[in-house]
Each structure stands twice: as C-alpha cells, then as structure tokens.
Ligand binder design. Structure first.
Ligand SMILES: Cc1cc2nc3c(=O)[nH]c(=O)nc-3n(C[C@H](O)[C@H](O)[C@H](O)COP(=O)(O)OP(=O)(O)OC[C@H]3O[C@@H](n4cnc5c(N)ncnc54)[C@H](O)[C@@H]3O)c2cc1C
Length: 399
C-alpha cells in the first residue's frame, strides 16, 4: 500500500473510531459490553461496506492485505477505544488464529475454519497455558494427543483460554511426541471444534478488569478424550512451538501498537483535563510544573515506544519473526510499561475522577495490567534481550 493510500486509510479508521465507537464508551462503562453489542455489529457492517474489514488479512480472504508495519499503524488508531479491533475483525485471539491458518492451514482447514473467522461469523480461541505448569516455560506441557486410527485423542487441562466461551473451535497445543529428545519438537497445534464430545469449559475465570460474562472471557478448559481427525493438525507433527513463535511475533506488534493507542488516548485525556480543571479561578491544573513533567515524560515515552514497535515490525516484514527476536522481546516489556505509567499519570491528574468509572482510565488501569504477563511476562522478555546482548561479551546466560 502506498504512503498516500495508507494515510487515507488511517484517516478513515480514525473517523470511525471517533464518530462511531467512542460514543459507545460511556454505555459500555456503565452497562458492559453486551449493552453496546448491537451498535458494534452495525459498525462492523459499516466497516465492511467501506472496505476496511480485517486489515491484516489478504484481499482474497476479505481483508486489505496490509504489511505488518502498515497494520501496526492501523492498530494504534484502533487501540484508542476498547472495541476498535473487534469492530474491524482483527481482535485477539482470532487474528492470531487467522494468521496461523493462513500460513500453515490445509485447503480444507482454510475453507472450514479460516473462511468463517475472516468473515466474522464465528469466533475462536487458543489453548496453550496449563494450570499445573509455568506458562513461562511453554515447552513443559501435560496435554497429549494420542494417535488412534486416523484420529487424535486429546486429553488436557488448560486455563486462560481467552474467548473460549462462544468460540466455534480451539487451537490446542498438545504433545504428539512426548519423548522427542528436543523439547520444542514434542507438541503440535490441533484444531478442536468446541462441540467435540469431551470439550468442557470448567469456568470463566473472574479477572481484574473483566466484567466476566459479557466481555472477553478467559476460561479454564478440559479436553477429555476429544477425538478429532489427524487432518485437524496444523502444519507438520512437532511444529507446535515453531507455529507459536511465528504467531507471537506479529501478535506482539498488534498488542504493542494497541497499547500505544491506549497511551495516546490517556495522554489526550490528561492534557484536556489539566487544561480545563481550575485549581483556583484562572489557574488551570496544567500550570503546575509536576503535571507538565508528566505530560513531557509521557510524550517522550510514547514516541519512543511507537518507533521501537515500527522498527520491530519492519524487521519482521523484511526477514520474519525469528530474525526480530530481540526487538520483539524489547517492545513487549517496554511498551507495556510505558502504557501503565501513562495510564497511572493520567489517573493522578484526574484526581478522584480518575478512579471512578466515569472515564476509561480506571477500566484500562485494571484491564491492561495483564499486559505485563500475557504473551510472556516482562521478566522472560528481559531475559531474552539480556541473553542476546551478553552473547556479544562471551557470556551464555543459560549456562
Ligand atoms: C489476560 C490474559 C490472557 C491470556 N490469554 C491466553 C490464551 O488465550 N491462551 C493461552 O494459552 N494462555 C493465555 N494466557 C496465559 C499467559 O500466556 C500466561 O499467564 C503467561 O505466559 C505466564 O505464565 P503463568 O501465568 O503460568 O506464570 P508463571 O510462568 O508461573 O510465572 C509467574 C511469574 O514468574 C516470573 N518469571 C517467570 N519466568 C521467569 C524468569 N525466567 N525469570 C524471572 N522471573 C520469571 C514472572 O514474574 C511471572 O509473572 C493469558 C494470560 C492473561 C493474564
């Protein structure tokens, strides 16, 4: 896409976010996601009619075929409101599942699972993390997929399976070769339709910043003797972690740019409030040096965060996610931290109003705390960055 076209696209996206989505936020804050769902469905129709649907998907699948660096900029615009990505059908975890199916799905899998997902008529989930094992070490899994005739029989216990409630299928990480000498070759990703006998949602886990039943849920799930054809495996046997790495690279770009969008919105709220709130007649809050410093620090950090993410996206576009390992880990912990500091400063500037549910600030303060944990906790990503840096000094941090 040319520069001019991209700038038109960004303007069109920004207009829909401002005119159609932001006006729904106060109802959402008071009554929850289900209260705004009918209007969101109407916005989804409008997005599709305007040819803006599913921007990162290829045109043949109804999308715009944006490169990652281009979609990153769209993602920032969408991130300014809590439902931007949903309205444009590029929300996690569906977009990650679409990307995996697109790159590695068989023609039958594309027809049966990718096509309705891309059309937005079904939803999906991704089940890797298990309660019994540290999610930070994902090669350590108990879920198993045992061959029986032409099928796999899957047994496993997962949690934090985002959006399992209402999903038509799960992509499950399960061991297909539990004795393989290479730990990262033991598991595969397998599609399990959620109406498969033995698939069971144990509970939707009550989470900070989630209203539980009507926003994206995070489920504890059991797979008990779930029988699916071997043709439901995505990619080759043992490819599970390779696919997971591929998925998480672009996924972190999507998340990080959403967080840049959230940060921009919070800085905007901070500045508006500081400019209009009077500490005494004729003296706005913005005249306090401490507030000015918070604004300056936020401006600098957001700009730096955006450039880091766009740099990582450009590297992935040019050479693939494995080549951008350090950049991906750097943005994951850095941008999450920037977002949290900016949200916090904005709350402080708003005083008591900041901790009410009258603005988005307290929602984002709670909801986005998970950013420092999911898709790899901060500490894990700092380990990766330090490992690569210290390699240049003859130190193997894993030694
Ligand atoms: C909102 C949300 C959505 C999620 N969605 C999904 C999903 O859709 N599908 C899915 O499969 N999973 C999902 N997860 C799970 C997520 O990926 C894991 O929570 C994450 O990988 C961390 O694993 P854990 O919770 O088991 O923490 P653990 O691995 O037990 O780690 C606990 C803490 O230990 C510390 N730690 C870990 N490793 C190191 C280290 N090397 N050095 C120093 N400290 C370390 C970190 O501070 C970490 O927070 C989601 C989680 C959240 C919060």
């Amino acid at each position: 896409m040319g520069t001019l076209d991209l700038s038109h696209l960004l303007t069109a996206v920004r207009t829909i976010v401002a005119d159609d989505l932001m006006p729904l936020e106060s109802t959402f804050l008071r009554q929850g996601f289900s209260a705004v769902l009918p209007q969101l469905q109407a916005v989804r129709r409008k997005v599709r009619e305007q040819g803006l649907w599913a921007p990162p998907l290829p045109q043949v699948h109804g999308g715009l075929g944006l490169a990652l660096g281009e979609f990153a900029q769209v993602s920032e615009e969408l991130g300014r409101t809590p439902f931007g990505h949903f309205a444009f059908n590029c929300q996690a975890p569906d977009i990650g599942n679409m990307e995996v199916l697109l790159a590695h799905g068989s023609p039958e899998q594309k027809e049966r699972y990718l096509r309705p997902l891309a059309a937005g008529t079904i939803r999906s989930c991704f089940a890797m993390t298990e309660p019994e094992h540290a999610g930070s070490n994902p090669v350590w899994l108990s879920a198993s997929a045992v061959k029986d005739g032409g099928d796999y029989v899957i047994d496993g216990h997962k949690w934090f399976t985002t959006a399992a409630e209402g999903a038509a299928f799960a992509i499950v990480m399960a061991a297909t070769d539990p004795e393989h000498p290479k730990l990262h070759r033991r598991a595969s990703q397998i599609i399990v339709p959620t109406d498969t006998p033995g698939f069971q949602i144990v509970r939707n886990i009550s989470m900070m910043g989630e209203s539980g039943s009507d926003w994206l849920t995070h489920a504890e799930v059991r797979f008990e003797g779930c029988r699916v054809p071997q043709s439901n495996r995505i990619g080759a046997e043992g490819d599970g972690f390779v696919l997971a790495q591929e998925r998480l690279g672009p996924g972190r770009i999507h998340h990080c740019m959403r967080w840049v969008g959230i940060s921009e919105r919070c800085l905007d709220l901070m500045c508006r409030y500081a400019a209009q709130r009077q500490l005494s007649p004729g003296r706005p809050l913005a005249m306090q040096q401490v507030v000015q410093h918070w604004i300056a620090e936020s401006r600098a950090e957001i700009n730096a965060a955006r450039l880091l993410v766009l740099d990582a996206a450009a590297k992935i576009d040019a050479a693939g996610a494995p080549a951008a390992r350090v950049e991906i880990s750097t943005i994951k912990f850095y941008v999450a931290g920037v977002m949290q500091r900016v949200i916090d400063r904005s709350i402080q500037v708003h005083g008591g109003l900041g901790v009410t549910d009258d603005t988005l600030l307290s929602f984002w303060y709670r909801h986005e705390r998970g950013a420092r944990i999911y898709d790899g906790a901060d500490e894990v990503h700092k380990d990766v960055v330090a490992r690569y840096v210290l390699k240049g000094y003859g130190i193997d941090t894993r030694g």
